[in-house]
Design a protein. Structure first.
Length: 283
């Protein structure tokens, strides 16, 4: 097996810190505006038809959580006044203040953003699918923001083979690795992308605003969320998009272009969230 070389560089990112209650903070990173090719090329290993056709998307700058929302941050916001629905302050299976919150439904995630917005007087929300992929890629075109392959030294995913589903714990020429079987603390691998975001591959799937579509035919090109009928979030009933892969998924599911769909009311131990703040722009 060829040797995998890991190269690290140091960069700086613009960010601000949002103060929550009880000394808990939320670090937000500025994502600059730009354009990118959304989706995967036809020759990308393990790509799916749902990642086609590739299309140019123009993105306005926004701010995004440096990490997935942690359990400490979730508890702090769950203690704030209710907007539309109750929130369970202690819903995660894998306990730890700095682990990502999980077992979060899409509706829970939207309520979290609504409470955070009311508290801070800034508009927080889930990212659009296009914003998520743009932020993850951070200028790259490879399957992962750190290159052509992935290892369990860089991210938390299922790094072992599964005969039942005929899935491999390695991606391309990359090595097999560990299967931790649980989440890890956010940022624990010490690997950020060029925009300064951590854990974009693996750990927990991250909810996006968008309704699920089987491919990108007719997708918006301005970075906005893609809704079928209306943009009233409280009335949404169909499947929503998740991105990034998780601790339980295989490396191919953690690619920058990989996408999946879940019912909005599902609460699994691999479903979490990351928030954005975009100066009032949702659509």
């Amino acid at each position: 097996m060829p040797k995998i070389v890991i190269s690290r560089t140091q960069k700086t990112a613009q960010c601000y810190v949002e103060g929550l209650d009880n000394g808990i903070t939320l670090e937000m990173v500025l994502i600059p505006d730009g354009s990118f090719q959304m989706g995967s090329p036809e020759n990308e290993l393990e790509r799916r038809n749902s990642e086609s056709p590739q299309h140019l998307v123009n993105i306005q700058q926004f701010c995004m959580g440096k990490y997935p929302v942690t359990q400490a941050q979730w508890r702090a916001v769950a203690a704030l006044p209710q907007v539309n629905r109750e929130l369970d302050a202690d819903l995660s299976q894998f306990k730890g203040a700095n682990r990502p919150v999980e077992q979060v439904s899409w509706y829970d995630a939207v309520e979290f953003c609504d409470r955070l917005s009311d508290w801070t007087k800034r508009q927080y929300r889930l990212p659009s699918e296009a914003e998520w992929e743009y932020a993850c890629r951070s200028g790259t075109t490879t399957p992962f923001h750190f290159g052509e392959t992935i290892t369990t030294d860089l991210a938390n995913y299922r790094g072992t083979d599964e005969e039942k589903y005929q899935r491999s714990g390695s991606y391309g020429r990359g090595p097999k690795g560990r299967y931790r079987g649980e989440t890890t603390e956010v940022g624990s691998f010490g690997v950020a992308n060029a925009f300064g975001l951590y854990d974009m591959h693996g750990n927990v799937w991250e909810w996006c605003l968008d309704d699920w579509h089987n491919n990108y035919e007719g997708a918006p090109t301005d970075g906005s969320a893609w809704f079928d009928e209306n943009n009233n979030l409280s009335q949404k009933q169909n499947m929503a998009v998740v991105r990034g892969g998780s601790w339980i998924t295989y490396p191919g599911d953690c690619r920058s272009a990989s996408r999946a769909d879940y019912d909005r009311d599902y609460r699994y131990s691999n479903l979490g969230l990351r928030v954005v703040c975009a100066a009032g722009r949702i659509l």
